[in-house]
Ligand binder design. Structure first.
Ligand SMILES: [Ca+2]
Ligand SMILES: [Ca+2]
Ligand SMILES: [Ca+2]
Length: 495
């Protein structure tokens, strides 16, 4: 109903050729009451087609009390008000419900700029009609051929080759696993082609998506991920040509146990020095990050995002603690985050849509809002933007007192605050006190969707071998992966 009303109002606005004015007159029966301007009755007339100067000249008439422009108000902008809508928008509760991030009112101010580039440092990208027009040339930074699945190491093709697991893969734990198409899902939340008549809506309708492939089968090495961050921000790394479109925002929906190593922190610091805002998922192990170390969630100069559910509570799996900056919808068993996917179980097949839950799904909500903020305030510094997001957060049933940061991200309030914030390169935000970075080793990080795939939460150190005493974690991750992958299947929706 709201959509029809707003469409109607929009049509009026398009057909209006000249400004309209409301002229307030002194009521006839009040003539002669000298000195009285307190009208108890109002008489007004509408003037159309006259020039502004002609209307102003009416002030010389003593009966004219005031003149104002008769502006047109619209219902809050949503997909379908102007364009042809998005088929599954009504399922994207995480945008417009009370437990969502206040996007309809934010979209009244901006639906994003195509000058803003959001890097999705993830499993790469599949062909999808709801993403195609948004994707700019990326890179494949997966250096190990077996992990990459494309027969070679690094190259400039960010295609997701699939991350399915069978008994022949090094991280096989007794069960086959279908490809996740994780990067495609994350990208759709950030900036799916919106109001185009199909599929889903993205947080930032107009931003560009830069796919940076760092995860393959069994996850990704920390060194490849760190290089992905550096490359996304315009830095030079081995094996690929430089990025011609440095990212304004970098989304890292991945993580694993371990300290924030110097390799990862220096890549993040480089990106931030280039003006990029780095957004990371807090991780899916229901752990207090004050006591457990997760990378890159515990790194400095990142926006660390926890996941909330449709009841505005912390998702049962979301990590928490003082290093968490903000919450965003990541869903859970009862309601997941709906976005772009593919129905291939091994290699890519047909484009599809599906629900997934995880802190992986929460982070791209924040990355999308950062893109909206940068669309209205492109010169703000990363630390300022992190602070704006925290300062403008709204109530959620889990806040700073229980490790959920400043509360739930509020896109509308964040954009409003950004509009009146003056760029200040000397601004310093509060950052977590990190454990001392450990010796950089070969670590594999996993995608932070629910269950994290069959590799679960096990951090592979020292060249891919599980840490000592890691058997318990192995078994736990196996159970977690099984339970949650069944949920994912149940919520999968294809067309
Ligand atoms: Ca390759
Ligand atoms: Ca769409
Ligand atoms: Ca932070």
């Amino acid at each position: 109903m709201v959509r029809w009303i707003s469409l109607f109002l929009l049509l009026i606005s398009l057909s209006a050729e000249a400004k309209r004015f409301i002229v307030h007159h002194r009521a006839k029966n009040e003539r002669g009451r000298a000195g009285s301007f307190a009208l108890t009755t109002e008489k007004r007339s509408i003037i159309t087609g006259a020039s502004e100067a002609a209307v102003k000249s009416l002030f010389s008439n003593e009966e004219v009390v005031s003149i104002e422009e008769d502006i047109i108000l619209e219902a809050t902008l949503e997909p379908g008000d102007v364009g042809s809508g998005d088929t599954f928008y009504n399922q994207q509760w995480h945008y417009f419900e009370t437990s969502g991030i206040e996007l309809p009112s934010a979209w009244d101010i901006t639906t994003g700029s195509q000058d803003i580039v959001v890097a999705i440092v993830d499993t790469g990208m599949t062909n999808h009609p709801d993403l195609q027009s948004k994707v700019i040339p990326g890179a494949d930074l997966v250096s190990e051929s077996a992990m990459a699945g494309d027969g070679d190491g690094r190259d400039n093709d960010a295609t997701d080759e699939g991350d399915w697991i069978t008994f022949s893969d090094s991280c096989f734990q007794g069960m086959n696993k279908d490809s996740s198409w994780h990067g495609t899902h994350v990208a759709g939340t950030v900036a799916a082609h919106s109001d185009n008549g199909i599929g889903v809506t993205g947080v930032s309708w107009n931003s560009k998506i830069l796919p940076v492939r760092v995860l393959g089968k069994c996850g990704g090495y920390l060194s490849d991920i760190a290089d992905g961050v550096r490359w996304a921000a315009g830095g030079s790394v081995a094996g690929v040509t430089n990025n011609q479109n440095p990212a304004d925002v970098i989304n890292l929906s991945l993580g694993g146990r371990g300290n924030c190593t110097t390799t990862m922190q220096s890549a993040i610091d480089f990106a931030v020095s280039q003006g990029a805002v780095v957004v990371v998922a807090s991780g899916n192990d229901d752990q207090n990050l004050d006591f457990s170390s997760y990378v890159p969630a515990n790194c400095r100069n990142v926006i660390n995002v926890g996941a909330s559910n449709r009841s505005s509570n912390r998702s049962y799996f979301s990590n928490y603690g003082s290093s968490v900056d903000i919450m965003a919808p990541g869903g859970d068993f009862s309601a997941s985050v709906f976005s772009t996917s593919n129905d291939g179980t091994t290699v890519a097949n047909r484009a599809s849509y599906r629900g997934m839950s995880g802190t992986s799904m929460a982070a791209p909500h924040v990355a999308g809002v950062v893109a909206l903020i940068k669309s209205v305030a492109p010169n703000l510094f990363p630390a300022q933007i992190e602070n704006i997001i925290k300062e403008s957060a709204k109530f959620v049933n889990c806040d700073e007192s229980n490790g959920c940061g400043a509360g739930m991200i509020d896109a509308y309030s964040a954009i409003r605050l950004a509009e009146i914030t003056v760029p200040d390169g000397s601004f310093q935000g509060t950052e977590p006190i990190n454990p001392t970075p450990d010796t950089p080793g070969a670590q594999r990080l996993i995608a932070s969707d629910d269950g994290g795939g069959m590799c679960g939460s096990v951090a592979f150190v020292d060249g891919g071998k599980p840490p000592k005493g890691g058997l318990g974690a192995f078994v736990l991750s196996l159970v977690l992966g099984l339970t949650l992958s069944l949920v994912q299947k149940a919520t999968q929706r294809k067309f």
